[in-house]
Design a protein around this ligand. Structure first.
Ligand SMILES: Cc1cc2nc3c(=O)[nH]c(=O)nc-3n(C[C@H](O)[C@H](O)[C@H](O)COP(=O)(O)OP(=O)(O)OC[C@H]3O[C@@H](n4cnc5c(N)ncnc54)[C@H](O)[C@@H]3O)c2cc1C
Length: 347
């Protein structure tokens, strides 16, 4: 299906931004590939759209083709799962739990499509798709052919992958996961907050359904489960990634935190780096829950989510994001980086 001058705001969870010059909805892999080939042959800018839950679309909209991936397919063979890119992620997770399979149960309730999950290596509550993705089938726009990438070839890291590093090259068609049958039990609970909530020690498994439902409860309490009636969920989830600091940056940060008599959360990260909490930095820099008086404010439930209270433009949201980024830099010398993909705008 092709529509011209099509509004994009209703197709995103932030519900803001301008229209697409052309919006193509593809329901099969062949339609996806044909639409990509057509746009590429015409030298037309292309934006691939899943559930629109990790996008900030500028008020001018998109001056090219927006390809909305609406393919379906949930194929389970033993513990191997293949999802079409257009499958609704949260529904697919719930189905794996019903089938008694572990591996993605802590990723319950994350909005968006299955095809977008490898793009930023979606993760939450101690689990990320890098741990279970075995292969990604994608259309390679540079080679002009469909390719199958192994987990290693996806180059996953924290909220990052080969797909994010090279955004105009791959269109994900299918994602394959290797799940596990632990007799109805989850993978070991890796996240302290989830363990506390479930009343178990970190590292212990729980029932799969218990794990799934606990995550949904925790997420709801933070406004992180979509609810059209709740403006706290008119967001792109976490707006900033957790900063990963080199040893030198971390020492400088600790000194500034110590001046304020604050002890910052710290988690070991690869290559001798330390990860700290963006939510903590935002809060301690003076931007508490609900901060802001305009049409875009922080969520009243979570300092990391920037929300549209109903009539915000992309510029309103970005003005708030810049104020927070600059405030955190001034207070702690740490540069926050946006997690959502910016379309036609910059932070
Ligand atoms: C309330 C809320 C909570 C969230 N919680 C989490 C969380 O806990 N953890 C987390 O990691 N994320 C979270 N997110 C962010 C978001 O849900 C995920 O990043 C999700 O995977 C985005 O999927 P999407 O289909 O909506 O992608 P879109 O927003 O449509 O697109 C995001 C990017 O991926 C690209 N893309 C989409 N589909 C494809 C494809 N098939 N092939 C190639 N590129 C593609 C797009 O071009 C764009 O660059 C949250 C968002 C919201 C609104």
């Amino acid at each position: 299906m092709v529509e011209l001058d099509a509004p994009l705001a209703p197709l995103t969870t932030l519900r803001l931004g301008g229209p697409a010059r052309r919006l193509v909805t593809a329901t099969t892999d062949d339609e996806v590939v044909a639409a990509v080939r057509e746009a590429d042959a015409a030298g037309e800018p292309l934006l691939v759209l899943g559930g629109g839950s990790n996008l900030v679309i500028g008020d001018a909209g998109f001056p090219g083709t927006v390809l909305r991936i609406a393919t379906t397919g949930f194929a389970l063979d033993g513990t191997t799962l293949e999802l079409a890119a257009g499958e609704v992620w949260a529904e697919a997770v719930a189905r794996t739990v019903e089938h008694g399979l572990a591996g993605i149960e802590f990723l319950a309730g994350i909005p968006g499509s299955a095809g977008a999950t490898p793009v930023q290596n979606v993760g939450a509550y101690g689990q990320e798709v890098a741990q279970s993705v075995t292969e990604v089938v994608a259309y390679d726009r540079r080679a002009g052919e469909t390719v199958t990438l192994s987990n290693a070839e996806c180059a996953f890291s924290y909220r990052h992958s080969r797909f994010k590093a090279d955004p105009d090259r791959y269109v994900v068609l299918r994602v394959r996961f290797g799940l596990a049958d632990h007799g109805g039990l989850s993978t070991p609970v890796a996240y302290a907050e989830t363990a506390r909530h479930l009343g178990v020690e970190q590292g212990e498994p729980v029932g799969l359904r218990e794990a799934h439902d606990a995550v949904l409860r925790l997420r709801s309490g933070k406004g992180m489960v979509l609810d059209p009636a709740d403006h706290d969920t008119w967001s792109a989830g976490s707006f900033f990634t957790n900063p990963v600091l080199t040893a030198e940056q971390y020492d400088a940060f600790l000194a500034l935190a110590a001046e304020r008599e604050l002890t910052a959360p710290a988690y070991p990260a690869p290559d001798g780096c330390t990860k700290t909490s963006a939510a903590w930095l935002i809060d301690k820099a003076g931007f508490g829950k609900g901060y802001g008086s305009g049409p875009a404010t922080l969520s009243t439930k979570h300092t990391l989510a920037l929300t549209n209270r109903g009539a915000a433009t992309a510029e309103d949201l970005l003005a708030l994001a810049r104020e927070i980024r600059d405030g955190v830099r001034a207070a702690f010398g740490v540069e926050l980086v946006n997690e959502p993909v910016m379309v036609g705008v910059k932070l």
